[in-house]
Ligand binder design. Structure first.
Ligand SMILES: [Zn+2]
Ligand SMILES: [Zn+2]
Length: 369
C-alpha cells in the first residue's frame, strides 16, 4: 500500500520536492508523480477553492454582450502547426517537436499569448499504456488492412491532449403551424389488356394543424477545436461531465491543451443548429400522420447558459505509405476511433472469392435440374 502523498504547495509548482525533476499529472488520481525518483504529491485544493466553479452555468446573453470582460485570461505558450493549423498550448517547459494532430515536424518557436481560461476540466483517467493497448487491439481487429500495418504503425506515439468544448443549456418553447397528411386508398376501375380491373390508388388528405412543443436542453456539447474532424468529436461522447473539476494548472503537467478556435458566438450557432433539428423532429412527431409539413416555426429560448471546458483524449498520428492517419481515445471512457488504410488487394481477392462461390452454387443448382 502506498502512503498518502504529502500535499503540494498551493501555487502550481510542478517540480519534485525530492529531486527537482518535473512532475507529471498521473491519470486516474489526484496526484502529481515524479518519473525519476518515484515520489508522488497530492494536488491539494486551495482553502478557498470552489468545487462548483467547474460546473457553474454562465449566462449566455451577458457573456455575448461583453465576452472580453466575462472571461478570465491567462498567459500561456502557444505553438501553431504550419501544416494543419492546430494551435496547442504547452506548459512552459514542454516543447513538442511534432504536431499532435497531424504528425508534422514543428519548427517554429512557441509564442507567449493570453487565452481564455476554461472554468473546469475532466482530468485524464486512462494511462498512456491503456491507450496503446486499445490501439493494438484496434489494429488487430481491422478487416482488409494491409499485412504490415500492425508492424509499421508506431504504437508508442500517443500525446495527451485536452480538447476545448462549449456546453449549452436552454429551455425552448416553440410554436408551429403546419399540415398533417393522412393516406387513404381509392379503388379505381381501369382497362388493362382489354379487361376491366380494380386498382388501389394512394391519396393523401391534408389538414391544417398548429401547436407548441417544449424541450430542456442540458449540456449540449460543441467542440471548440477544429483540429480533429467533427465526426470524431461526436463519436467520443458521452463524457462524464458530473466528474468535472475546477481548472487547475497542475492537471496540465505533462499534457498539451488545444487552444479554442470556435468562439462563443459561433459555438452557440452550432448548438442552435442541433437544437433546431431536434425541435423540428419533436414537431413532426407531434403532428403525426403519414406526412408532415411545417409552414412556420417560432422558437423562444430562456435560461440559456454555457460552460467552457477541457476534455481529455489520447491522440496518435501514425503514418502508412506516406499518409497520416489519426487515432483518438477518450481518456475517460476508453472509447476509441481511428482512421485506417485499406488493402485493395485483399478486398479484390475477397470479391473474386465471393463471385467464385456464387458461380459454384449456381452451377451445382443448375446441374440438379
Ligand atoms: Zn523526484
Ligand atoms: Zn499539425
Amino acid at each position: 500500500m502506498q502512503s498518502t502523498p504529502p500535499a503540494l504547495k498551493e501555487t502550481p509548482d510542478v517540480s519534485c520536492a525530492n529531486c527537482g525533476a518535473k512532475l507529471v499529472y498521473k491519470p486516474g488520481t489526484t496526484h502529481l508523480a515524479c518519473d525519476y525518483c518515484g515520489s508522488s504529491f497530492e494536488i491539494a485544493q486551495p482553502e478557498n477553492a470552489n468545487a462548483e466553479a467547474a460546473s457553474r452555468e454562465n449566462d449566455l446573453e451577458t457573456a455575448l454582450a461583453n465576452w472580453a470582460a466575462a472571461q478570465i485570461q491567462e498567459k500561456t505558450y502557444v505553438v501553431s502547426c504550419k501544416s494543419c493549423g492546430a494551435q496547442s498550448s504547452l506548459p512552459e517547459n514542454l516543447f513538442s517537436d511534432r504536431c499532435a494532430f497531424c504528425g508534422s515536424p514543428i519548427t517554429v518557436k512557441p509564442d507567449e499569448r493570453s487565452i481564455a481560461r476554461p472554468q473546469g476540466l475532466l482530468p485524464f483517467k486512462l494511462e498512456k499504456s491503456a491507450a496503446t493497448a486499445a490501439f493494438e487491439k484496434w489494429l488487430k481487429s481491422l478487416w482488409f488492412a494491409p499485412n504490415n500495418l500492425a508492424k509499421t504503425a508506431l504504437h508508442d506515439n500517443f500525446n495527451g491532449v485536452y480538447l476545448p468544448y462549449w456546453t449549452f443549456d436552454a429551455q425552448t418553447h416553440s410554436h408551429y403551424v403546419g399540415q398533417r397528411g393522412d393516406d387513404y386508398y381509392e379503388t379505381h376501375r381501369v382497362r388493362k389488356e382489354g379487361k376491366i380491373v380494380e386498382e388501389q390508388v394512394r391519396k393523401t388528405r391534408w389538414t391544417f394543424v398548429s401547436g407548441s412543443v417544449q424541450r430542456a436542453f442540458d449540456d449540449l456539447l460543441v467542440a471548440a477545436s477544429k483540429s480533429l474532424p467533427g465526426k470524431y468529436l461526436n463519436i467520443l461522447e458521452p463524457w462524464d461531465l458530473e466528474a468535472l473539476v475546477p481548472y487547475d494548472a497542475r492537471y496540465f503537467s505533462g499534457y498539451q491543451a488545444e487552444v479554442c478556435q470556435v468562439d462563443l458566438r459561433e459555438g452557440f450557432q452550432q448548438a442552435r443548429t442541433v437544437m433546431d433539428a431536434q425541435i423540428r423532429s419533436d414537431v413532426t412527431s407531434q403532428i403525426g400522420g403519414d406526412h408532415q409539413r411545417i409552414m412556420s416555426l417560432q422558437t423562444s429560448l430562456s435560461e440559456t447558459t454555457f460552460k467552457y471546458l477541457l476534455l481529455p483524449v489520447w491522440l496518435s498520428v501514425y503514418r502508412y505509405s506516406g499518409r497520416a492517419y489519426q487515432f483518438v481515445v477518450n481518456a475517460r471512457t476508453g472509447e476509441v476511433h481511428g482512421e485506417r488504410p485499406w488493402s485493395w488487394i485483399k478486398i479484390l481477392l475477397a470479391v473474386v472469392f465471393a463471385l467464385l462461390v456464387l458461380w459454384l452454387v449456381f452451377t451445382v443448382l443448375g446441374a440438379q435440374h
